[in-house]
Design a protein around this ligand. Structure first.
Ligand code: SF4
Length: 463
C-alpha cells in the first residue's frame, strides 16, 4: 500500500531485510506526521488516563468542555471505596475566559468543588487553550493548597505540546509531588508498589491478591484503585513493579534516584508474563525462600485450573491471524505471546508510544512477514488488516470501528473494557472473548474483501 513519505520509516515488515531489523531500528518517539490523522491521543489524554483512577482525588480539567469528553464512562477505572474519580469536572472555558484569562474561574471552581466533595487532593489538568492564553495554573493551585490544606497539583498537560508520552511524564511529575509526604512506619520488609495498572476491570485486585498469597505487601497501586494516603507512603516499599512501562517509567526512575527503590518491568497479561512477574518479585526477597515456594505453588494451581479450557479455545483458534494496535509496546509483547499460546499468529502489530528497543524486541518475537508499525493511522491499519487478511483486531476505542467496518472480530484491550484480562483468570477471559468473537457467525454477513470459508472446528461458539 501507499504510505505517506514522512511515515515510511515508521513501518517495517519482519524478515524483509534479514539481519537488518535491529541494525536500523524503526523510527519512533516523534511527533505525528502532519496529515496522517494519527490514532495517538493528546498530551492531556495521556495524563488523564494515568491519574484519573486515583479515586479519592478531585480531577478538574481546566479548558473547554470538549476536552473533558473522555469521561469515566468511556475510560473507566474501578474503585473499592470512594467514587469521586467518576465525576468529570471542567472549568468550561468560553470565549471571554480566553480573552480575559481563566485563572479566576479556575480558583472559584476549585474552592467550590473542594468544599462540596472534601477530596484528599486535587489534580488540575491544563489543556491546549490554557497553554495558549498562559494561565498561571501553578500559582492558583498553590493559593488553593494554602487555603484548603490539601495538595492541589497542577498537571502540565497542554494537549499540543508533545505526544501522549509527554502526558504520561506530566502525570508522573504531578503524582510524584505526593510521594514521600506520608509515614512509612508500618511498611514491612517484603513490600512492593504496583505501578502502571489502572484497575480498569478489577485487574489490580487480582494482581494484589496474588502478591498477598505469596506473602508480599502492596504499599501502593499507582494508580489503579489508588488512594492519596497510599501514594504518600509509596517511598517505603522495597521494589517498584512497573507495568505499562511507557506511562510509569518516569515515576519509577524518580523513585529509584531519590529513594533507592529499584524498578522492574513486568506484565500481567498472559500466562508466561504473569508467572514471570510473580517470580520477579519473589526472587527480589531471597531472605525469605518461602515467598518463592508460595509463588511456584500459586502458578501451578492457577495454570492447572485454566489449562483444560485454554486447550479447547486453542483448538477453535489454531491458525487464525490477528492484528494488534495498542498504546504501549510492552503490552504488545504480552499479546503476541498470549496469541501464540492460543495457536494464533500476529500478522500486524503496532503501538502509539513504543520506543526503539521496544520495536527491536517486537520484531524479534514476531514471525517473519509481520508488519510492525509505530504511531499508525486508520487508513494504514485498515489496509494492513486487509492485506494480512486477519481474523481479529485487538485494540482500543479508536480501533474498534476500523475492525467492525472491515468485518473483523474485535477484542478491546484498552480502557473501555469491562472484563479483566490480567492474571491467569484474565488469560482465560481473553481466550474466551477472542474465541467467541473470531468464531461469531456474524462475520459471514460482513462485506470482507477476502471471504474465507470457516473451518468446521471453528464454527461452534465458546461458552
Ligand atoms: S488536543 Fe487540546 S483541545 Fe484537544 S482534547 Fe487534547 S487538550 Fe483538549
Amino acid at each position: 500500500m501507499e504510505i505517506l513519505p514522512d511515515r515510511q520509516k515508521q513501518v517495517r515488515q519482519t524478515g524483509a531485510n534479514p539481519g537488518q531489523d535491529s541494525a536500523a531500528p524503526i523510527a519512533c518517539d516523534k511527533h505525528s506526521a502532519a496529515g496522517s490523522v494519527s490514532q495517538r491521543a493528546c498530551v492531556f489524554c495521556g495524563s488523564r488516563v494515568v491519574l484519573y483512577p486515583i479515586a479519592d482525588a478531585l480531577h478538574l480539567v481546566h479548558g473547554p468542555i470538549g476536552c473533558a469528553a473522555y469521561t469515566w464512562d468511556i475510560r473507566g477505572a474501578l474503585s473499592s471505596g470512594p467514587q469521586l474519580h467518576r465525576n468529570s469536572f471542567s472549568t468550561d472555558l468560553r470565549e471571554m475566559d480566553v480573552i480575559y484569562g481563566g485563572e479566576k474561574k479556575l480558583y472559584h471552581a476549585l474552592i467550590e468543588l473542594i468544599d462540596a466533595h472534601q477530596p484528599e487532593a486535587a489534580f488540575v489538568y491544563s489543556t491546549c487553550i490554557v497553554g495558549v492564553i498562559g494561565d498561571d495554573v501553578a500559582a492558583v493551585c498553590k493559593k488553593v493548597t494554602a487555603e484548603k490544606g490539601i495538595p492541589v497539583l497542577p498537571v502540565a498537560s497542554e494537549g499540543f505540546k508533545g505526544t501522549k508520552k509527554d502526558g504520561y511524564r506530566a502525570a508522573c511529575e504531578a503524582v510524584y509531588r505526593l510521594v514521600g509526604t506520608g509515614s512509612t512506619e508500618d511498611v514491612g520488609p517484603h513490600s512492593i508498589n504496583i505501578l502502571g495498572d489502572f484497575n480498569l476491570a478489577g485487574e489490580t485486585w487480582i494482581i494484589r491478591d496474588y502478591y498477598k498469597r505469596m506473602g508480599i505487601d502492596v504499599v501502593a497501586c499507582i494508580t489503579g484503585d489508588a488512594r492519596i494516603a497510599d501514594i504518600r507512603r509509596a517511598h517505603g516499599a522495597k521494589l517498584n513493579l512497573v507495568q505499562c512501562s511507557g506511562s510509569m517509567t518516569a515515576l519509577g526512575k524518580k523513585m529509584e534516584a531519590d529513594y533507592g527503590i529499584p524498578q522492574k518491568r513486568v506484565s500481567y497479561f498472559g500466562i508466561e508474563d504473569m508467572a514471570a512477574a510473580l517470580y520477579e518479585a519473589a526472587r527480589f526477597f531471597p531472605d525469605d525462600p518461602t515467598i518463592l515456594e508460595r509463588a511456584e505453588d500459586l502458578v501451578r494451581e492457577e495454570v492447572e485450573a485454566i489449562t483444560p479450557q485454554l486447550r479447547e479455545y486453542r483448538r477453535r483458534l489454531e491458525g487464525r491471524k490477528a492484528a494488534i494496535y495498542v498504546g504501549g509496546a510492552f503490552k504488545a509483547f504480552s499479546l503476541v505471546r498470549a496469541l501464540k499460546l492460543l495457536g494464533m499468529q500476529t500478522a500486524v502489530v503496532g503501538s502509539q508510544t513504543g520506543g526503539p528497543e521496544d520495536y527491536v524486541k517486537l520484531q524479534e518475537i514476531c514471525d517473519p512477514g509481520t508488519i510492525v508499525v509505530d504511531d499508525s493511522n486508520p487508513l494504514e491499519l485498515a489496509q494492513f488488516c486487509l492485506e494480512a487478511d486477519v481474523d481479529l483486531f485487538i485494540g482500543g476505542v479508536k480501533e474498534r470501528p476500523i475492525a467492525y467496518k472491515l468485518g473483523i472480530a474485535f477484542c478491546d484491550h484498552n480502557h473501555e473494557r469491562k472484563e479483566p484480562l490480567a492474571g491467569f483468570v484474565g488469560m482465560l477471559n481473553f481466550a474466551r472473548e477472542v474465541c467467541n468473537s473470531v468464531n461469531s457467525p456474524v462475520w459471514q454477513f460482513a462485506p470482507r474483501k477476502r471471504r474465507k470459508a470457516v473451518p468446521a472446528q471453528h464454527q461452534e461458539i465458546a461458552v
